[in-house]
Design a protein around this ligand. Structure first.
Ligand SMILES: NC(=O)c1ccc[n+]([C@@H]2O[C@H](COP(=O)([O-])OP(=O)(O)OC[C@H]3O[C@@H](n4cnc5c(N)ncnc54)[C@H](O)[C@@H]3O)[C@@H](O)[C@H]2O)c1
Length: 284
């Protein structure tokens, strides 16, 4: 792959993804609705920033011209930031526009950020089983999660029409190293982060997943849970399930601190191997 458009490039995840792709020799077109104040580039990455609002199809079409692939990260990234309808409408417009523009521009691949929220978060209704995997879908409880479920439907249909492989990454809660100082604060109350089964993912591992997804041997539209290999907690994962979700069956023996958001499919198909943990930054 050479010329790759990254949308949401000025965001928390996008900056790390752009840095990783550049390090691995790709040519990156970085685009976002807003750049760092006063700049037409992302200074610390040394790349120009193309400002485009992807809720407009024409802008999505133009930014994809000449690209071989897109890593599409631009979205409102959580429920509660905007009104529910705005979150759904903007995310769905962005995803439909980028996917249709990818078809029109003849791209070779679309990699994009779906979300763990499609799997039943915040688990006010307990999961049917644990670890939760790709089959625990679709269970959206917010318009944000619904926008990702609709995005996955759009991906499946547009992939079928166009033949373009679409890789959806159901990202867990993205952490950068500065976020790890808060992790010990999660330990006292096992209910505090039951909303995503104590999951997280390091942004550098998201970048790895995006990069691998650009070249993995896949067809059609497929989706993968992308989480860290461990939880944010300092107590065993099986104990957490027994205490907080009694009656939820474990489908297999778990490693002591093993993630309860199963990453087996990403490991098997994409070659994903998370390399970062809060444990490298904060003493357990
Ligand atoms: N942060 C998380 O924990 C998390 C978890 C699961 C999935 N995701 C998904 O990962 C992606 C990146 O999330 P993030 O945490 O980096 O969010 P972020 O808000 O830091 O980055 C998203 C970027 O999208 C841009 N954007 C928003 N509206 C736009 C528009 N109309 N046109 C063009 N660009 C627009 C924003 O300016 C922003 O820079 C999103 O799709 C999000 O839904 C994030």
């Amino acid at each position: 792959m050479s010329r790759i458009v990254v949308t949401g490039a000025n965001g928390k995840t996008g900056r790390v993804v752009v840095a990783d792709l550049l390090e691995h020799g790709h040519e990156v077109v970085a685009t976002d609705a807003v750049g760092p104040a006063g700049h037409l580039s992302i200074p610390e990455l040394g790349v120009p920033l193309l400002v485009a609002d992807l809720t407009e199809y024409g802008q999505a079409f133009e930014v994809l011209q000449g690209a071989e692939a897109v890593v599409h990260l631009a979205n409102i990234p959580a429920p509660g930031m905007y009104t529910p309808a705005t979150t759904f409408n903007r995310n769905t417009a962005m995803n439909a526009n980028v996917f249709l523009a990818a078809q029109a521009a003849g791209l070779g691949r679309v990699v994009w950020s779906s979300s763990e929220t499609t799997l039943g978060l915040p688990f006010d209704t307990p999961p049917r089983y644990a670890p939760v995997d790709e089959e625990h879908f679709p269970l959206p409880t917010t318009t944000y999660a619904l926008s990702k479920v609709v995005g996955e439907t759009l991906a499946r249909e547009i992939s079928g029409w166009s033949g373009i492989p679409f890789v959806g990454l159901r990202l867990s809660n993205v952490h950068v190293p500065a976020d790890y100082a808060a992790v010990p604060g999660y330990w006292a109350d096992p209910h505090a982060r039951k909303w995503n089964l104590w999951g997280y993912v390091d942004a550098r591992d998201v970048a790895q997943a995006c990069r691998l997804a650009l070249t993995a041997t896949v067809r059609g539209a497929t989706s993968y849970v992308i989480a860290a290999a461990d939880t944010v907690m300092d107590r065993p994962s099986a104990d957490l399930i027994r205490e907080v979700f009694p009656g939820v069956p474990l489908t297999r023996e778990l490693g002591e601190f093993e993630t309860l958001l199963a990453i087996d499919r990403a490991r098997d198909v994409l070659g994903y191997a998370p390399a970062h943990s809060w444990r490298d930054h904060v003493a357990p």
